[in-house]
Design a protein around this ligand. Structure first.
Ligand SMILES: [Zn+2]
Length: 114
């Protein structure tokens, strides 16, 4: 994230062309970073046997259907309909945030071009 910001500052405060390039680069980074953020986002998984709270990243949850509770060793079923809905909700919100940011970056780049 800090890389993206410095790129915008370095190239953004230049000529019209630099501003255009910077917004393009920033948008590309934003695109990649949001997908990584979605994968890294941790959801709460609660063991129904002992109520232990586990934090599981969405990227990890996508490829696992069960996990063993570290506390009581019972098997926890992942990706229940509720968990799937939560994964979709987080992805939706982060992508929406990216769209809003893209629009704002585009607008700011437009102002720099003037
Ligand atoms: Zn447990």
């Amino acid at each position: 994230m800090s890389n993206t910001t410095s790129l915008v500052i370095e190239k953004g405060a230049g000529s019209a062309t630099a501003a255009t390039i910077a917004s393009g680069v920033a948008l590309k980074h934003l695109q990649l970073d949001v997908e990584r953020l979605i994968d890294a986002y941790e959801l709460d998984v609660i063991c129904h046997s002992c109520n232990t709270l586990h934090k599981c990243a969405i990227g990890w949850l996508r490829v696992h259907s069960t996990m063993d509770c570290e506390n009581c060793h019972s098997s926890i079923v992942l990706r229940t309909s509720l968990m799937n809905e939560e994964m979709r909700r987080v992805a939706r919100q982060l992508r929406k945030l990216r769209e809003q940011l893209s629009e704002m970056i585009g607008r700011a780049a437009g102002i720099l071009r003037q």
